[in-house]
Design a binder for this molecule. Structure first.
Ligand SMILES: [Cu+2]
Length: 131
């Protein structure tokens, strides 16, 4: 009798865990779906302290949505100083959305806004081309 109660409790715990995992997965997939639907450009940090993609092309006067997805194990930041896009930190495993409408054409650097590595942080730049 005691064994069957224990087995029922273990099964209940496993079912709760499975339901939690399935729900969390569905939420993440739904968020990804929403991001794609909203037409955001996704940028991730690379293993060698760069950005993927490192060059982005956008159009002057059109709303730009950039989702920075920090898939790495350290905190990074993101900013486009030349376009007035202010820095935000992005913690490991988190993402941040940046939305802006460029009002001028040209090439602008985007960079990491958190000192993520003593030597390689300064290399963490990319280029946004506004046409
Ligand atoms: Cu960084």
């Amino acid at each position: 009798m005691k064994h069957s109660k224990l087995i029922r409790e273990v099964i209940a715990i496993i079912l709760v865990l499975l339901a939690t995992i399935v729900t969390a997965k569905a939420i993440f997939e739904y968020e990804d779906h929403l991001v794609k639907k909203r037409g955001a450009i996704e940028i991730t940090p690379t293993n060698n302290f760069g950005w993927n993609p490192g060059v982005i092309r956008v159009k002057k006067g059109e709303l730009v949505k950039i989702r920075v997805n920090n898939t790495s194990a350290v905190s990074h930041g993101f900013a486009i100083p030349g376009l007035g896009v202010e820095a935000k930190p992005i913690y490991p495993g988190h993402n941040e959305m940046f939305e802006f409408t460029p009002t001028k054409t040209g090439e602008f650097a985007f960079n990491c806004a958190v000192v993520c590595d003593r030597n390689l942080h300064m290399n963490m730049t990319g280029k946004i081309i506004v046409e």
